[in-house]
Ligand binder design. Structure first.
Ligand SMILES: *Cc1c(COP(=O)(O)O)cnc(C)c1O
Length: 387
């Protein structure tokens, strides 16, 4: 078996660890829930607070580029996620963006009444779909199918397929191109949630012919607590009306016109005044993600999850494995199961190993290739084996 130290020495991403501020004595396996603090974020926020806000005041909207931030970061995310130019914007939460995308998608299929999602999708995706269906009051039904039964559930009644690319609980990753093609063949529009994908796995929005996508900035993108999320709208859908007609999405916000006229293109997907401090921190995380080659990130992530599962299978009798065994069907996390999962996670935390407990019996370990060392995987397995 490979020795952890030689793997770490040969790791082309090893230098990224030092770009983050991680407390000593902590093995952090929760970067898929809250990414750690990039060292550059502190200086960037100090600059935006002290120089932009503190000194330049309101002029910062233009002279310091504040107004451009949602589209500037959107363009960077577009590069990371394989989107067409001018098709992404950052600034609102994933939940709000889900509402925007889902409503626009439903409006593109006015004769259909079914929103199809996956059983066990992330709660906000399910709740936003329920809430939107109730608000529309046009008899939309919200249906959920298990991961393996989604293609079979795509029929001529489905208006929108709402899927999370990598499931937050199981780590299972869908084939975006394949399911998008299946949805399109059935006449449905797709809304993809990339919260557990961006910065962790390669995504090709344009190549997959995706229609809409949303996602989080505070997970693998390391954008900080509650970082703004993002919205992708394929160019062919950018004339479709969006439900949240805030003034920043207006064609001429500073004309202060009495009625709404949407901006051309993706600019209309902005809603209110952009959250500058949050966006400034997010941009640092996105820049780091772009600097690291996503193919190398994926390579290390697959090697690490394979290794973790192999070590678990040999050293941890009594634990189940809840993540797909096929690396092509797995995102950047490993999930074990154990009847005492909650207590085990508490004992790990007492030793400085931070993961997640997901009821009833799941131990979730996020694999973040920019910060995690191979040697740490052995330490985690050893701690789990000791109980
Ligand atoms: C984390 C996560 C969210 C979070 O949405 P917020 O609006 O940022 O709270 C949404 N969807 C998925 C799939 C997630 O994993």
């Amino acid at each position: 078996m490979d020795a952890p130290d030689s793997l770490d020495r040969a790791d082309p991403l090893a230098a990224f660890r030092d770009r983050f501020d991680l407390p000593a004595g902590v093995i952090y396996l929760d970067g898929n829930s809250l990414g750690p603090l990039p060292k550059a974020t502190r200086a960037r926020l100090a600059e935006v607070i002290d120089r932009h806000w503190g000194r330049d005041l309101i002029a910062s909207w233009t002279v310091n580029g504040w107004m451009d931030l949602p589209l500037r970061i959107g363009a960077k995310l577009g590069r990371l996620l394989g989107a067409e130019p001018d098709s992404m914007v950052a600034g609102d939460s994933t939940s709000v963006n889900l509402f925007q995308a889902l409503a626009a998608a439903l409006a593109l299929r006015p004769d259909r009444r079914v929103i199809l999602s996956e059983t066990g999708n992330f709660p906000t995706d399910l709740y936003m779909a329920e809430g939107l269906a109730a608000l529309l009051g046009r008899g939309h039904a919200f249906r959920q199918a298990p991961a393996d039964a989604i293609e079979a559930a795509l029929d001529e009644t489905v208006a929108v397929l709402l899927l999370t690319h990598v499931n937050y609980r199981s780590g299972r990753m869908h084939d975006m191109a394949r399911l998008t093609a299946a949805a399109h063949a059935a006449g449905a529009i797709t809304v993809w949630d990339l919260s557990h994908s961006a910065g962790a796995v390669p995504v090709d929005l344009a190549g997959s012919a995706a229609d809409f996508a949303v996602g989080c900035g505070y997970k693998f993108l390391n954008g900080g607590p509650g970082a703004p999320g993002y919205l992708y709208i394929a160019p062919r859908h950018q004339t479709a009306p969006l439900p949240l007609t805030g003034w920043i999405g207006h064609a001429e916000p500073f004309a202060f016109a009495p009625s709404y006229r949407p901006a051309e293109g993706i600019g209309r997907a902005r809603v209110g005044t952009p959250p500058i401090l949050g966006l400034a921190a997010l941009e640092v995380g996105v820049d780091l993600a772009l600097e690291a080659d996503i193919r190398l990130v994926r390579e290390k992530s697959v090697r690490m999850t394979e290794l973790f599962l192999r070590l678990a299978a040999t050293s941890l009798p009594g634990f189940g494995i809840a993540t797909p065994r096929d690396p092509d069907a797995r995102g950047s996390q490993v999930c074990l199961t154990h009847p005492d999962a909650a207590a085990i996670m508490r004992r790990l935390a007492a030793r400085g190993i931070v993961g997640d407990f997901r009821p009833p019996d799941v131990l979730r370990f996020g694999i973040t290739p920019l910060t995690l060392r191979y040697a740490e995987l052995w330490q985690v397995i050893a701690a789990l084996a000791e109980g």
